[in-house]
Ligand binder design. Structure first.
Ligand SMILES: NC(=O)c1ccc[n+]([C@@H]2O[C@H](COP(=O)([O-])OP(=O)(O)OC[C@H]3O[C@@H](n4cnc5c(N)ncnc54)[C@H](OP(=O)(O)O)[C@@H]3O)[C@@H](O)[C@H]2O)c1
Length: 302
């Protein structure tokens, strides 16, 4: 399998990258989309040494910039003729204040959702060329809502609300993609939302304020957290399972409980088709990228 992982330099993404690079006799190829060349190269070196897999590469992309997303798309398209899977994972967590991107958007909205909306749409053609059944796994959590009147959170901001709005947006996006592809007769792609049940001890622990870190350290003592490697072990089958099993999960919101994948009941506001269509149109407008709009229009016509 050839898997692209956004945010594979730390946390959950790195855990998944590490496990995928290790299992099945190092058969899988891992492409890490990351914002720092130095960190990306250090992770390649680390994974080469620890997993003995030499099929690990990076694609540079700072998700706060739509221009960087366009460049990354072009680079992936020129270097790869297919992809078997994408892990939509990269995300900002804690932030002390609202930061606006150079594209004029709230950073959580752009990094955690919009840039990866654009990335996904532009890589669907490579997933369609997979011989194993292309799949997109979205790293999502329950709850969240779209602030239709203040999507960029200029009036009211909190990092928590920003994270959750992006989670809601990703879940609506995957449902829309699922529906579009299911309406095609020969659909081979799956779109799955996965929520990790336990908190993962990720790089976020180095970013949060000291008082939060102290609380987390106490909670770690009581076994509340899992390692990034454990997270990778739980999630890896979503990327390596056969096409039929992956297709059965498409359009679902799932988690891992009692050693198996189980469904999570989706919220009515996320299932609402009008809202999904509305968010889709707004997102295309915000991307303001001709190729992305063409892809979306073509998909809608199929
Ligand atoms: N930790 C949990 O328990 C948990 C649970 C459920 C969901 N999540 C979600 O999982 C995702 C990953 O979180 P994590 O806890 O693993 O956090 P993390 O350790 O901080 O990892 C975040 C990843 O996203 C990358 N990233 C951040 N901003 C970026 C940008 N502008 N451009 C490109 N890449 C960027 C980071 O790159 P750098 O390495 O360069 O910083 C890093 O690789 C987030 O969406 C989070 O909300 C986490």
């Amino acid at each position: 399998m050839k898997i692209l992982i956004t945010g594979g330099t730390n946390g959950m993404g790195k855990g998944v990258a590490k496990v995928l690079a290790t299992i099945n006799n190092q058969a899988h190829e891992v492409i890490i989309l990351c914002r720092s060349k130095d960190l990306g190269e250090a992770v390649i070196k680390e994974l080469n040494n620890t997993t003995l897999n030499n099929k690990i590469s990076i694609i540079l992309c700072d998700l706060t910039k739509l221009s960087a997303v366009r460049n990354a798309i072009n680079k992936i398209q020129s270097e790869h003729s297919f992809l078997d899977g994408i892990f939509i994972n990269a995300g900002l967590g804690y932030a002390a204040k609202r930061v606006e991107t150079e594209d004029g958007m709230d950073s959580h909205f752009q990094v955690n959702y919009l840039s990866q909306f654009m990335l996904t749409l532009n890589l669907l053609n490579l997933l369609e060329k997979s011989e194993s059944g292309g799949r997109v796994i979205f790293n999502v959590t329950e709850g969240g809502e779209i602030f239709w009147d203040d999507m960029q959170m200029k009036k009211k901001w909190s990092f928590d609300a920003g994270i959750h709005q992006a989670m809601a947006a990703k879940r609506m996006f995957l449902l829309k993609l699922h529906k579009l592809y299911r309406s095609k007769k020969s659909s081979s792609l799956s779109f799955v939302g996965f929520q990790i049940q336990q908190t993962v001890w990720s790089n976020q622990l180095n970013i949060i304020p000291a008082y939060m870190r102290i609380m987390a350290t106490i909670m770690k003592f009581f076994g509340t957290f899992i390692s990034i490697e454990k997270c990778g072990e739980i999630m890896a089958p979503l990327f390596t399972e056969n096409q039929d099993d992956s297709l059965k999960k498409s359009g679902k919101f799932i988690t891992w409980k009692k050693n198996r994948f189980v469904d999570i009941k989706e919220d009515m506001n996320i299932l609402n088709q009008e809202s999904q269509d509305r968010l889709w149109s707004i997102s295309l407008g915000l991307c303001a990228d001709e190729k992305t709009t063409q892809i979306a229009n073509k998909l809608n016509k199929k």
